[in-house]
Design a protein around this ligand. Sequence first.
Ligand code: NAI
Length: 333
Amino acid sequence: MLASRIFSRGFASSSFQRGAKVAVLGAAGGIGQPLSLLLKLNPHIDRLSLYDIVNTPGVAADLSHINTNSTVTGHKGPEQLGAALKDAQVIVIPAGVPRKPGMTRDDLFNTNAGIVKTLAEAAAKHAPKAHILVIANPVNSTVPIVAEVFKKHNVFDAKRLFGVTTLDVVRASTFVGQTKKTNPENINVHVIGGHSGVTIMPLLSQTGTKFSKEEIEALTNRIQFGGDEVVKAKDGTGSATLSMAQAGARFTDSLLRALGGEKGIVEPTYVKSHVAAKDGVEYFSTNVELGPEGVSKIHDIGPMSDYEKKLYEAAIPELKNNIKKGVDFVNKA
Ligand code: NAI
Protein backbone atom coordinates (compact mmCIF):
# COMPACT_ATOMS: atom_id res chain seq x y z
CA MET A 1 0.00 0.00 0.00
CA LEU A 2 1.45 3.29 -1.13
CA ALA A 3 0.46 5.25 1.94
CA SER A 4 1.88 2.79 4.45
CA ARG A 5 5.26 3.01 2.75
CA ILE A 6 5.32 6.74 3.45
CA PHE A 7 3.55 7.06 6.78
CA SER A 8 3.60 4.86 9.84
CA ARG A 9 0.28 3.16 10.58
CA GLY A 10 0.72 2.83 14.34
CA PHE A 11 -2.49 4.17 15.86
CA ALA A 12 -2.45 2.81 19.42
CA SER A 13 -6.07 3.67 20.13
CA SER A 14 -7.71 5.86 17.58
CA SER A 15 -9.81 8.72 18.95
CA PHE A 16 -11.03 9.37 15.42
CA GLN A 17 -14.06 7.25 14.63
CA ARG A 18 -13.54 7.63 10.91
CA GLY A 19 -10.06 9.17 10.69
CA ALA A 20 -9.38 12.88 10.90
CA LYS A 21 -10.61 15.79 8.84
CA VAL A 22 -7.64 17.96 7.89
CA ALA A 23 -8.06 21.35 6.18
CA VAL A 24 -5.26 22.96 4.18
CA LEU A 25 -5.62 26.74 3.76
CA GLY A 26 -3.59 27.97 0.81
CA ALA A 27 -3.88 24.53 -0.78
CA ALA A 28 -3.33 25.65 -4.37
CA GLY A 29 0.08 27.22 -3.68
CA GLY A 30 3.66 26.09 -4.07
CA ILE A 31 3.61 24.39 -0.66
CA GLY A 32 -0.13 23.74 -0.58
CA GLN A 33 -0.22 21.40 -3.59
CA PRO A 34 2.60 18.96 -2.70
CA LEU A 35 1.56 19.11 0.96
CA SER A 36 -2.00 18.16 0.00
CA LEU A 37 -0.61 15.33 -2.14
CA LEU A 38 1.36 13.95 0.82
CA LEU A 39 -1.67 14.30 3.09
CA LYS A 40 -3.81 12.40 0.56
CA LEU A 41 -1.38 9.51 1.14
CA ASN A 42 -1.71 9.69 4.93
CA PRO A 43 -3.79 6.79 6.28
CA HIS A 44 -4.86 8.75 9.36
CA ILE A 45 -6.78 11.26 7.28
CA ASP A 46 -10.32 10.50 6.28
CA ARG A 47 -11.38 13.86 4.83
CA LEU A 48 -9.01 16.30 3.19
CA SER A 49 -10.44 19.77 2.74
CA LEU A 50 -8.58 22.12 0.40
CA TYR A 51 -9.16 25.86 0.61
CA ASP A 52 -7.64 28.71 -1.39
CA ILE A 53 -8.78 31.87 -3.12
CA VAL A 54 -7.88 30.27 -6.48
CA ASN A 55 -7.68 26.87 -8.23
CA THR A 56 -8.79 24.50 -5.45
CA PRO A 57 -11.53 22.76 -7.50
CA GLY A 58 -8.83 21.57 -9.92
CA VAL A 59 -6.35 20.53 -7.25
CA ALA A 60 -9.09 18.65 -5.36
CA ALA A 61 -10.39 16.90 -8.51
CA ASP A 62 -6.86 15.81 -9.38
CA LEU A 63 -6.00 14.46 -5.90
CA SER A 64 -9.41 12.81 -5.53
CA HIS A 65 -8.44 10.23 -8.19
CA ILE A 66 -5.67 8.80 -6.00
CA ASN A 67 -6.92 5.50 -4.60
CA THR A 68 -6.34 6.08 -0.90
CA ASN A 69 -9.18 5.78 1.60
CA SER A 70 -10.04 9.47 2.02
CA THR A 71 -12.29 11.98 0.35
CA VAL A 72 -11.05 15.32 -0.98
CA THR A 73 -13.13 18.48 -1.25
CA GLY A 74 -12.13 21.77 -2.87
CA HIS A 75 -13.35 25.11 -1.54
CA LYS A 76 -12.66 28.38 -3.32
CA GLY A 77 -13.13 31.91 -2.02
CA PRO A 78 -14.19 33.35 1.35
CA GLU A 79 -17.82 32.25 1.03
CA GLN A 80 -16.65 28.60 1.04
CA LEU A 81 -14.17 28.95 3.91
CA GLY A 82 -16.68 27.97 6.61
CA ALA A 83 -17.52 24.69 4.88
CA ALA A 84 -13.82 23.97 4.40
CA LEU A 85 -13.17 24.37 8.14
CA LYS A 86 -16.29 22.78 9.66
CA ASP A 87 -15.45 19.71 11.78
CA ALA A 88 -11.72 19.90 10.98
CA GLN A 89 -9.50 18.43 13.71
CA VAL A 90 -6.36 19.87 12.14
CA ILE A 91 -5.95 23.04 10.07
CA VAL A 92 -2.66 23.59 8.24
CA ILE A 93 -1.97 27.14 7.01
CA PRO A 94 0.52 27.60 4.15
CA ALA A 95 -1.44 30.59 2.72
CA GLY A 96 0.46 33.77 2.00
CA VAL A 97 3.20 35.21 -0.18
CA PRO A 98 6.71 33.68 -0.17
CA ARG A 99 10.07 35.51 -0.18
CA LYS A 100 11.95 36.81 -3.19
CA PRO A 101 15.77 37.16 -3.24
CA GLY A 102 16.99 39.76 -0.75
CA MET A 103 13.87 39.58 1.43
CA THR A 104 13.75 38.50 5.06
CA ARG A 105 10.75 36.64 6.42
CA ASP A 106 9.80 39.77 8.34
CA ASP A 107 9.42 41.61 5.01
CA LEU A 108 6.38 39.39 4.39
CA PHE A 109 4.62 40.65 7.49
CA ASN A 110 2.52 43.37 5.86
CA THR A 111 0.85 40.96 3.43
CA ASN A 112 0.75 37.74 5.39
CA ALA A 113 -0.33 39.12 8.78
CA GLY A 114 -3.69 40.14 7.32
CA ILE A 115 -4.16 36.81 5.50
CA VAL A 116 -3.40 34.79 8.63
CA LYS A 117 -5.63 37.01 10.80
CA THR A 118 -8.58 36.52 8.42
CA LEU A 119 -8.07 32.75 8.31
CA ALA A 120 -7.67 32.58 12.12
CA GLU A 121 -10.94 34.48 12.58
CA ALA A 122 -12.74 31.95 10.40
CA ALA A 123 -11.11 29.05 12.25
CA ALA A 124 -12.08 30.52 15.64
CA LYS A 125 -15.68 30.71 14.40
CA HIS A 126 -16.05 27.45 12.45
CA ALA A 127 -13.53 25.07 14.07
CA PRO A 128 -12.60 26.51 17.48
CA LYS A 129 -11.32 23.16 18.78
CA ALA A 130 -9.08 22.41 15.81
CA HIS A 131 -5.30 22.16 16.08
CA ILE A 132 -3.75 24.97 14.05
CA LEU A 133 -0.42 24.40 12.26
CA VAL A 134 1.02 27.69 10.99
CA ILE A 135 3.43 27.53 8.06
CA ALA A 136 2.84 31.08 6.71
CA ASN A 137 5.78 33.38 7.40
CA PRO A 138 6.94 35.16 9.44
CA VAL A 139 6.07 32.23 11.73
CA ASN A 140 7.57 34.09 14.74
CA SER A 141 4.75 36.67 14.34
CA THR A 142 1.94 34.73 12.65
CA VAL A 143 1.63 32.26 15.55
CA PRO A 144 1.01 35.10 18.06
CA ILE A 145 -1.49 36.56 15.57
CA VAL A 146 -3.53 33.33 15.62
CA ALA A 147 -3.30 33.21 19.43
CA GLU A 148 -4.55 36.79 19.82
CA VAL A 149 -7.45 36.21 17.43
CA PHE A 150 -8.44 33.05 19.32
CA LYS A 151 -8.19 34.92 22.63
CA LYS A 152 -10.54 37.59 21.30
CA HIS A 153 -13.04 34.82 20.46
CA ASN A 154 -12.47 33.21 23.91
CA VAL A 155 -11.41 29.93 22.30
CA PHE A 156 -7.61 30.04 22.75
CA ASP A 157 -5.97 26.84 23.97
CA ALA A 158 -2.16 26.95 23.82
CA LYS A 159 -2.07 23.15 23.50
CA ARG A 160 -3.61 23.41 20.04
CA LEU A 161 -1.43 26.04 18.33
CA PHE A 162 1.86 25.21 16.57
CA GLY A 163 4.36 27.09 14.43
CA VAL A 164 5.80 24.58 11.98
CA THR A 165 9.60 24.75 12.32
CA THR A 166 10.15 21.19 11.10
CA LEU A 167 11.97 22.33 7.95
CA ASP A 168 14.78 23.73 10.12
CA VAL A 169 15.12 20.33 11.76
CA VAL A 170 15.00 18.53 8.41
CA ARG A 171 17.69 20.86 7.01
CA ALA A 172 19.84 20.45 10.13
CA SER A 173 19.81 16.65 9.75
CA THR A 174 20.64 16.91 6.06
CA PHE A 175 23.51 19.38 6.44
CA VAL A 176 25.06 17.50 9.39
CA GLY A 177 24.74 14.26 7.42
CA GLN A 178 26.55 15.83 4.46
CA THR A 179 29.32 17.20 6.69
CA LYS A 180 29.87 13.95 8.55
CA LYS A 181 29.14 11.69 5.57
CA THR A 182 26.46 9.77 7.47
CA ASN A 183 22.83 8.95 6.72
CA PRO A 184 20.86 12.12 7.56
CA GLU A 185 17.81 10.04 8.47
CA ASN A 186 19.66 8.88 11.58
CA ILE A 187 20.63 12.38 12.70
CA ASN A 188 18.45 14.33 15.07
CA VAL A 189 19.29 17.95 15.83
CA HIS A 190 17.41 19.86 18.53
CA VAL A 191 16.68 23.18 16.81
CA ILE A 192 15.28 25.77 19.19
CA GLY A 193 14.06 29.38 19.14
CA GLY A 194 12.05 30.66 16.21
CA HIS A 195 11.88 30.34 12.43
CA SER A 196 13.96 33.13 10.90
CA GLY A 197 17.69 33.85 10.59
CA VAL A 198 19.38 34.25 13.95
CA THR A 199 16.32 33.04 15.85
CA ILE A 200 16.94 29.53 14.43
CA MET A 201 19.35 27.89 16.88
CA PRO A 202 20.64 24.37 16.18
CA LEU A 203 22.06 22.83 19.36
CA LEU A 204 24.80 20.77 17.72
CA SER A 205 26.41 20.16 21.12
CA GLN A 206 23.42 17.97 22.01
CA THR A 207 23.84 15.61 19.04
CA GLY A 208 26.62 13.57 20.62
CA THR A 209 28.71 14.09 17.47
CA LYS A 210 32.10 15.85 17.64
CA PHE A 211 32.47 18.96 15.44
CA SER A 212 35.40 21.32 14.90
CA LYS A 213 34.87 25.04 15.64
CA GLU A 214 34.81 25.71 11.88
CA GLU A 215 32.22 22.98 11.30
CA ILE A 216 30.00 24.37 14.05
CA GLU A 217 30.12 27.89 12.65
CA ALA A 218 29.53 26.81 9.05
CA LEU A 219 26.73 24.40 9.93
CA THR A 220 24.98 26.86 12.23
CA ASN A 221 25.06 29.56 9.57
CA ARG A 222 23.81 27.19 6.89
CA ILE A 223 20.94 25.93 9.05
CA GLN A 224 19.95 29.50 10.00
CA PHE A 225 20.05 30.77 6.43
CA GLY A 226 19.36 27.54 4.46
CA GLY A 227 16.09 28.96 3.21
CA ASP A 228 18.05 31.70 1.39
CA GLU A 229 19.83 29.05 -0.73
CA VAL A 230 16.47 27.97 -2.13
CA VAL A 231 15.15 31.51 -2.56
CA LYS A 232 18.32 32.41 -4.49
CA ALA A 233 18.27 29.28 -6.65
CA LYS A 234 14.59 29.80 -7.51
CA ASP A 235 15.59 33.28 -8.63
CA GLY A 236 12.43 35.23 -7.87
CA THR A 237 9.90 32.42 -8.35
CA GLY A 238 9.47 31.56 -4.67
CA SER A 239 10.99 29.88 -1.62
CA ALA A 240 11.13 26.30 -0.36
CA THR A 241 7.97 24.44 -1.34
CA LEU A 242 8.80 20.74 -1.85
CA SER A 243 11.03 20.29 1.21
CA MET A 244 8.53 22.37 3.18
CA ALA A 245 5.67 20.17 2.02
CA GLN A 246 7.55 17.11 3.26
CA ALA A 247 8.32 18.83 6.58
CA GLY A 248 4.69 19.97 6.96
CA ALA A 249 3.38 16.49 6.15
CA ARG A 250 5.78 14.98 8.68
CA PHE A 251 4.61 17.32 11.44
CA THR A 252 0.94 16.74 10.58
CA ASP A 253 1.48 12.98 10.65
CA SER A 254 3.24 13.20 14.03
CA LEU A 255 0.39 15.24 15.48
CA LEU A 256 -2.31 12.93 14.08
CA ARG A 257 -0.57 9.88 15.52
CA ALA A 258 -0.28 11.58 18.92
CA LEU A 259 -3.94 12.71 18.82
CA GLY A 260 -4.82 9.10 18.09
CA GLY A 261 -3.09 7.90 21.24
CA GLU A 262 0.41 6.94 20.09
CA LYS A 263 2.95 7.72 22.81
CA GLY A 264 6.47 9.15 22.77
CA ILE A 265 6.13 11.42 19.72
CA VAL A 266 8.45 14.41 20.03
CA GLU A 267 8.91 17.21 17.47
CA PRO A 268 10.47 20.63 17.87
CA THR A 269 7.75 23.25 17.29
CA TYR A 270 7.15 26.93 18.04
CA VAL A 271 4.51 27.13 20.76
CA LYS A 272 3.46 29.25 23.73
CA SER A 273 6.17 28.14 26.09
CA HIS A 274 7.64 28.63 29.55
CA VAL A 275 11.24 27.95 28.49
CA ALA A 276 12.34 31.50 27.62
CA ALA A 277 9.71 33.28 29.71
CA LYS A 278 12.39 34.51 32.13
CA ASP A 279 13.78 36.54 29.22
CA GLY A 280 10.36 37.93 28.30
CA VAL A 281 9.78 35.59 25.33
CA GLU A 282 6.29 34.06 25.22
CA TYR A 283 6.62 31.78 22.17
CA PHE A 284 9.61 29.52 21.65
CA SER A 285 10.49 26.31 19.88
CA THR A 286 12.00 23.34 21.71
CA ASN A 287 11.30 19.63 21.60
CA VAL A 288 7.62 19.15 22.41
CA GLU A 289 5.99 15.86 23.29
CA LEU A 290 2.70 15.58 21.44
CA GLY A 291 -0.33 13.87 22.99
CA PRO A 292 -4.09 13.35 22.66
CA GLU A 293 -4.74 17.07 23.32
CA GLY A 294 -1.90 18.46 21.22
CA VAL A 295 1.00 19.81 23.28
CA SER A 296 1.60 17.31 26.06
CA LYS A 297 5.01 18.30 27.48
CA ILE A 298 7.32 21.15 26.50
CA HIS A 299 10.91 20.06 27.01
CA ASP A 300 13.52 22.46 28.35
CA ILE A 301 16.35 23.75 26.20
CA GLY A 302 18.88 21.43 27.85
CA PRO A 303 22.64 22.04 28.05
CA MET A 304 24.13 24.66 25.71
CA SER A 305 27.78 25.26 24.78
CA ASP A 306 29.24 28.76 25.21
CA TYR A 307 28.81 29.29 21.45
CA GLU A 308 25.11 28.30 21.67
CA LYS A 309 24.59 30.58 24.68
CA LYS A 310 25.75 33.47 22.49
CA LEU A 311 23.29 32.42 19.77
CA TYR A 312 20.57 32.48 22.40
CA GLU A 313 21.48 35.99 23.53
CA ALA A 314 21.43 37.21 19.92
CA ALA A 315 18.05 35.61 19.21
CA ILE A 316 16.10 36.91 22.19
CA PRO A 317 15.67 40.60 21.18
CA GLU A 318 14.61 39.65 17.64
CA LEU A 319 12.12 37.06 18.88
CA LYS A 320 10.66 39.54 21.34
CA ASN A 321 10.18 42.12 18.56
CA ASN A 322 8.65 39.58 16.17
CA ILE A 323 6.19 38.40 18.83
CA LYS A 324 5.23 41.93 19.88
CA LYS A 325 4.63 42.86 16.24
CA GLY A 326 2.14 39.98 15.87
CA VAL A 327 0.37 40.71 19.15
CA ASP A 328 0.10 44.43 18.35
CA PHE A 329 -1.20 43.73 14.85
CA VAL A 330 -4.32 42.13 16.30
CA ASN A 331 -4.80 44.33 19.33
CA LYS A 332 -3.96 47.77 17.93
CA ALA A 333 -5.86 47.34 14.66
P1 NAI B 1 2.58 30.51 -2.93
O1 NAI B 1 2.43 31.93 -3.32
O2 NAI B 1 3.07 29.54 -3.94
O3 NAI B 1 1.20 29.96 -2.37
C1 NAI B 1 0.45 30.66 -1.44
C2 NAI B 1 -1.02 30.33 -1.66
O4 NAI B 1 -1.76 31.07 -0.70
C3 NAI B 1 -1.53 30.73 -3.05
O5 NAI B 1 -2.16 29.63 -3.69
C4 NAI B 1 -2.51 31.85 -2.75
O6 NAI B 1 -3.61 31.89 -3.64
C5 NAI B 1 -2.95 31.49 -1.35
N1 NAI B 1 -3.57 32.59 -0.64
C6 NAI B 1 -3.27 33.91 -0.67
N2 NAI B 1 -4.14 34.60 0.09
C7 NAI B 1 -4.99 33.70 0.62
C8 NAI B 1 -6.10 33.80 1.48
N3 NAI B 1 -6.53 34.98 1.96
N4 NAI B 1 -6.74 32.66 1.83
C9 NAI B 1 -6.31 31.46 1.36
N5 NAI B 1 -5.28 31.31 0.53
C10 NAI B 1 -4.63 32.43 0.17
O7 NAI B 1 3.54 30.50 -1.63
P2 NAI B 1 4.27 29.24 -0.96
O8 NAI B 1 5.60 29.07 -1.56
O9 NAI B 1 3.33 28.10 -0.95
O10 NAI B 1 4.51 29.79 0.53
C11 NAI B 1 3.43 30.00 1.40
C12 NAI B 1 3.91 30.55 2.74
O11 NAI B 1 4.72 29.58 3.44
C13 NAI B 1 4.79 31.79 2.61
O12 NAI B 1 4.42 32.72 3.61
C14 NAI B 1 6.17 31.28 2.88
O13 NAI B 1 7.05 32.26 3.38
C15 NAI B 1 5.89 30.23 3.92
N6 NAI B 1 6.95 29.24 4.13
C16 NAI B 1 7.12 28.74 5.40
C17 NAI B 1 8.11 27.84 5.67
C18 NAI B 1 8.26 27.32 7.07
O14 NAI B 1 9.27 26.65 7.32
N7 NAI B 1 7.34 27.53 7.99
C19 NAI B 1 9.03 27.36 4.63
C20 NAI B 1 8.74 27.90 3.33
C21 NAI B 1 7.75 28.82 3.10
